[in-house]
Write a protein that binds this ligand. Structure first.
Ligand code: NDP
Length: 249
């Protein structure tokens, strides 16, 4: 349980990558300012987080299951937090989708929107009433540079982040009246499983129904140059976690 001086921080998508690193960075804060509720949709994946967090588990770090695509899971998770009191919500969970749009089904596109856009909306709707009552709170959203600029072969991912940016910009104005801050973080390329998994998978895939020129451009030009960009400019999850800590301080 949080001490009176500690801020309760709930983070989504802590099984890997940026979310895991934010959870560890805040839970190991040298001044113990944060009581971190790290959530993940499958608690069987908790070992990597617990290993990285060391002995703070059970002290400044606790775990809860949460699937941001499920209304019921979101409700249950927030209800299980003492007095539903969350000072800082960090919406980090997200999925990518890369490839020629002709090769992507509407169902896959909906999954991306359900996670990256409606996942954030569900969380904000659930925590907002209690933050409004207390007239305090901070909501952080992990967007992307792709929430600001369209990027070829990332059409649907980009659209989901644009949608979230629009939603959050509008919400930020309403929330300010209640002394609730809403911040967006827009990282460029970050070396995580997210990016590696995606690039490896798409490079192996066949693209039936897509014209040969597009496939050639995608596989021979786009993918190698993206990998180069990740290698040359890629930040680490630690960089983004430090930035997130600065944003909430
Ligand atoms: P990872 O794939 O490493 O992590 C994504 C996390 O989101 C995982 O914990 C995953 O859980 C979780 N997640 C996915 N779907 C759900 C769901 N329905 N409910 C709860 N959790 C879910 O990727 P990153 O750490 O890179 O991505 C984190 C965020 O950063 C995303 O929002 C992404 O868009 C954003 N971002 C990433 C960049 C990058 O280059 N990597 C650049 C800019 C922004 P599970 O293990 O169960 O799949």
């Amino acid at each position: 349980m949080a001490n009176s001086g500690q801020k309760v921080v709930l983070i989504t998508g802590c099984s890997s990558g940026i979310g895991l690193r934010i959870a560890v960075t805040l839970a190991t804060d040298e001044k113990k300012r944060y009581h971190v509720i790290a959530t993940m949709r499958d608690l069987k994946k908790k070992d990597k987080l617990l290993e990285a967090a060391g002995d703070v588990y059970g002290k400044t770090l606790m775990l809860l299951p949460l699937d941001v695509c499920s209304d019921e899971s979101v409700r249950q998770c927030i209800n299980s937090v003492k007095d539903r009191h969350i000072d800082i919500l960090i919406n980090n969970a997200g999925v990518g989708l890369l490839g020629p749009v002709e090769s992507i089904s509407i169902e896959e596109m909906k999954r991306v929107f359900d996670t990256n856009f409606f996942g954030v909306v569900r969380m904000i709707k659930e925590v907002m009433p209690d933050m409004k009552k207390r007239r305090s709170g901070h909501i952080v959203v992990m967007s992307s540079v792709m929430g600001l600029q369209g990027v070829v072969f990332n059409d649907v991912y980009t659209a989901s982040k644009f949608a979230m940016e629009g939603f959050c910009e509008s919400m930020a104005v309403q929330l300010l009246k209640f002394n609730i801050r809403l911040s967006m973080i827009e990282p460029g390329p970050v070396h995580t499983e997210f990016e590696t998994k995606m690039m490896e998978e798409v490079a192996k895939m066949e693209y039936p129904g897509v014209d040969a020129d597009t496939i050639r451009y995608f596989k021979d030009v786009y993918l190698p140059s993206s990998i180069d960009i990740f290698e040359a400019m890629g930040q680490t999850p630690e960089d983004i976690a430090k930035c997130t800590k600065k944003v909430i301080e």
